[in-house]
Ligand binder design. Structure first.
Ligand SMILES: [Zn+2]
Length: 241
């Protein structure tokens, strides 16, 4: 019996290490996903800034075009001014010229604004590009580290699985079945110590005679929670009732 209980504890220890290794392995794809989302968002931000700059440049081109046409018309108006035969026609042409000059002045002001907007947008785009690229490099390095970690963890896991198979092979089938069944309920430890005369899992009091038997290595299953209660370094007969 003592040997079986020892194996149960060994099995539980290996399973705890398997659980920890598995949790660490699960953490890796999670971390990757977080990084990928971050990069995706930074890429979108870069694209947004690029679109903004493209729109500003497009407006700059259009405004330049309108300026050119307006300039040509203005020159034409000025030429025709000299050909005007009546005062009314002359005044009307002058009015057209003033109107075109006002338009030119507005377009010049707008061009200056656009120039500043373009400078700002270029700086924003450059910032977005730097953030994105820096993070890409950082993630690449992190990715290499994670791959290394995963490799170590996988090897470690194989070793643990091998260890588990060896322990399981030496265990009594019924005991192993009971252990697996208890473990599958997800209540944490299957094998617990006798602590201050209580089941270390659910704290149900254990009769003194049973405590003595547990001390002698007799297999005992807690009637309340179904866990195996064993003697550990922290166990004592004191407190048993
Ligand atoms: Zn219990």
């Amino acid at each position: 019996m003592k040997e079986d209980l020892r194996k149960l504890l060994l099995m539980q220890d290996v399973d705890s290490r398997i659980d920890r290794a598995q949790a660490e392995m699960d953490e890796i794809p999670r971390e990757r996903m977080i990084h990928e989302r971050e990069l995706e968002e930074q890429k979108r931000q870069f694209e947004r800034e690029k679109n903004k700059l493209d729109e500003i440049r497009e407006e700059s081109r259009k405004t330049e075009g309108i300026k050119k046409t307006t300039e040509e018309r203005l020159a034409e108006f000025k030429n025709r001014l000299l050909e005007m035969k009546t005062n009314d026609a002359y005044r009307a042409m002058l009015e057209q010229i003033r109107f075109a000059e006002k338009k030119m002045s507005d377009l010049d002001s707008r061009m200056i604004e656009i120039m500043y907007e373009e400078e700002d947008a270029e700086a924003d785009l450059e910032d977005a590009r730097k953030v994105w690229e820096r993070n890409m490099k950082r993630f690449q390095k992190r990715q290499e580290i994670l791959e290394g970690q995963l490799e170590v963890l996988s090897e470690n896991m194989e070793g643990l699985q091998e260890e588990r198979r060896e322990i399981a092979a030496g265990m009594e089938k019924r005991l192993l079945g009971k252990y697996e069944q208890l473990r599958s309920t997800g209540r944490g430890l299957v094998v617990v110590g006798l602590i201050n005369g209580n089941c270390g899992g659910c704290l149900t009091g254990i009769p003194p005679q049973t405590a003595v038997e547990i001390n002698q290595g007799v297999s005992f299953v807690c009637p309340n929670c179904g866990r195996f209660v064993v003697w550990t370094d922290d166990s004592s007969l004191a407190g048993a009732k």
